[in-house]
Write a protein that binds this ligand. Structure first.
Ligand code: FAD
Length: 68
């Protein structure tokens, strides 16, 4: 599915990013924090495909249909 970004999304979320971290699991968040500590001026964006940090990949989570 292709998603068209709005003007505001492009201008506020995705402008002047130095580093894009894919995934907001513990590894992604730790990497983002570490990068900011190394260089506080870096603009770091964390891109998460889920609606919130999931702690583990959605494909590894049990679906309601498979629950006992
Ligand atoms: C059933 C289960 C139980 C567990 N229980 C424990 C426990 O009790 N204690 C413990 O310490 N550990 C536990 N673990 C292990 C722990 O969850 C993982 O080790 C840890 O979450 C791995 O972190 P990660 O950042 O590498 O990956 P993840 O936590 O999986 O984070 C990766 C993130 O990246 C996102 N992502 C993936 N692809 C994309 C993409 N293309 N674009 C954008 N975002 C993307 C995912 O949605 C996800 O949020 C458990 C794991 C499982 C499967």
């Amino acid at each position: 599915m292709q998603y068209e970004l709005s003007y505001w999304e492009r201008e506020s979320f995705f402008k002047d990013i130095d580093v894009a971290v894919i995934g907001s699991g513990i590894v992604g968040l730790a990497a983002a924090i570490y990068l900011k500590k190394l260089d506080p001026s870096l603009q770091v964006a964390i891109l998460e495909r889920g609606t919130c940090p999931l702690a583990r990949a959605p494909e590894m989570q049990a679906s309601p249909a498979s629950a006992p």
